[in-house]
Design a protein around this ligand. Structure first.
Ligand code: SAM
Length: 228
């Protein structure tokens, strides 16, 4: 039985990403304030994720969940004619819009824990989002996400694997971490390292019979096709 979600944890998580929006790219891409050498094996796995997204078949419509600053939105522009990009942090959407700046991307400020898809899409992509969904909310969330994929369409998740090298550090208790931003303020967030095979098992009864998984030490991706 999954533990209940502590009061305000999801709001605190959102506050963390709102505060981090202006430094997110620097910290993820190790530039500016966060410049420094990384581990070659992490860089190689990151490149593998990018290559996998670039290799997705071209399509008309894509939905991006928790789009953040646009690291994946920019890649999706080469694949999809139109993109609906959702995020709960207005600051993230602002950075994304300023960086990606395409008339082919529509942005919506949406709390994904109170969201239902209004349409279906050829491709639904979520980069480093599922690890921030509390275990108790995951099955219902996956069902909502699955509904957004049209029959024949694809679902692509990238994240950090259970049993891997835990680039984002260990979890506290079952599913929490404390994170700080550059000004020193700290926040509690949700963090779950997922087993991609377990995600695939959840997707199968929802019509995703064809699933490809790549699992590295630091990252994984799951590329699933909705067959019914
Ligand atoms: N997908 C982007 C990437 O890979 O660079 C961003 C991933 S970041 C780890 C998590 C994202 O989830 C942030 O952009 C944050 O604003 C967003 N987020 C957090 N809570 C949310 C919520 N309740 N609803 C929608 N987005 C949320």
């Amino acid at each position: 039985m999954a533990k209940p979600v502590p009061a305000n944890l999801l709001q605190e998580q959102l506050a963390y990403y709102r505060a981090r929006a202006g430094e997110y790219d620097e910290s993820v891409l190790r530039t500016g304030r966060f410049a420094g050498p990384g581990l070659p094996e992490v860089d190689a796995e990151w490149q593998h994720l990018i290559d996998a997204v670039r290799a997705l078949p071209p399509c008309e419509s894509a939905l991006e969940l928790a789009c953040g600053t646009g690291i994946w939105t920019a890649k999706l522009l080469n694949i999809a004619e139109t993109i609906l990009a959702l995020d709960g942090a207005a600051e993230m959407l602002e950075v994304n819009r300023a960086k990606v700046g395409s008339p082919r991307v529509t942005y919506q400020h949406v709390d994904l824990f109170h969201w239902q898809p209004a349409s279906t899409y050829d491709l639904v992509l979520a980069g480093f989002w599922l690890s921030h969904v509390p275990p108790g909310l995951l099955p219902a969330h996956i069902e909502q996400v699955a509904k957004a994929v049209r029959p024949g369409g694809r679902l692509f998740f990238a994240d950090e694997p259970a049993g891997g090298r835990q680039l984002s550090g260990p979890v506290e208790g079952e599913f929490k971490q404390t994170r700080s931003v550059h000004d020193g303020s700290s926040y509690r967030i949700v963090k779950v390292y997922h087993d991609p095979d377990a995600l695939a098992a959840q997707l199968k009864p929802l019509g995703f019979a064809e699933v490809q998984i790549w699992r590295g030490d630091y990252f994984f991706y799951l590329d699933a096709r909705r067959t019914v």
